[in-house]
Design a protein around this ligand. Structure first.
Ligand code: FES
Ligand code: FES
Length: 166
């Protein structure tokens, strides 16, 4: 079937099988390998992307459901001038990247929280309002696993992003 969506700001048309996951479409058809395949069952968060600004596990998301939607992958987070997003900058500054396998998913899930809180309203289902504190950030990132166990620095990086806005 044919689907049309906006991928990292560009209109994209693909022909897919009904069973194709978004993770497969991104990595195998569109060659966007920044989205990482981990558990393939919604447990690790390595495959996180943004759909209409909300984080989803692309391994569990059927590509056909992206029709008409906006997808952002880690490749699309870079600014038009080539500069890194502030979440990426903060990850580097705080030494929050080891092997990097979890990093795309962590960055995009932090970005999703930032987009939600920028709207200055309660994040649905999370109890988080406006600028999240350290415990709320930890809870938000519960679904993102880091096999290098570098959680402290990842949370430091996220906290710095949110503290900037205070
Ligand atoms: S690969 Fe999707 S959650 Fe692990
Ligand atoms: S940096 Fe290696 S999995 Fe997180």
């Amino acid at each position: 079937m044919e689907i049309t969506f906006t991928l990292n700001g560009k209109k994209t048309i693909c022909h897919i099988k009904v069973s194709t996951t978004l993770l497969e479409l991104l990595r195998e058809t569109l060659n966007l390998t920044g989205t990482k395949p981990g558990c393939h069952e919604g447990e690790c968060g390595a495959c996180t992307v943004l759909i209409n600004g909300k984080s989803v596990n692309s391994c569990l998301y059927l590509a056909l459901n992206t029709n008409g939607k906006e997808i952002t992958t880690i490749e699309g987070l870079t600014k038009p001038n080539g500069g890194l997003d502030e979440v990426q900058e903060s990850m580097i500054k705080n030494g929050a990247v080891q092997c990097g396998f979890c990093t795309s998913g962590m960055v995009l899930n932090i970005k999703a929280l930032q987009l939600e809180t920028m709207q200055n309203k309660k994040v649905p289902g999370s109890g988080i309002k406006n600028s999240p504190n350290r415990n709320e950030i930890k809870k938000w990132l519960e679904g993102n696993l880091c096999r290098c166990t570098g959680y402290v620095k990842i949370i430091d990086a996220a906290e710095e992003v949110f503290n900037k806005g205070k």
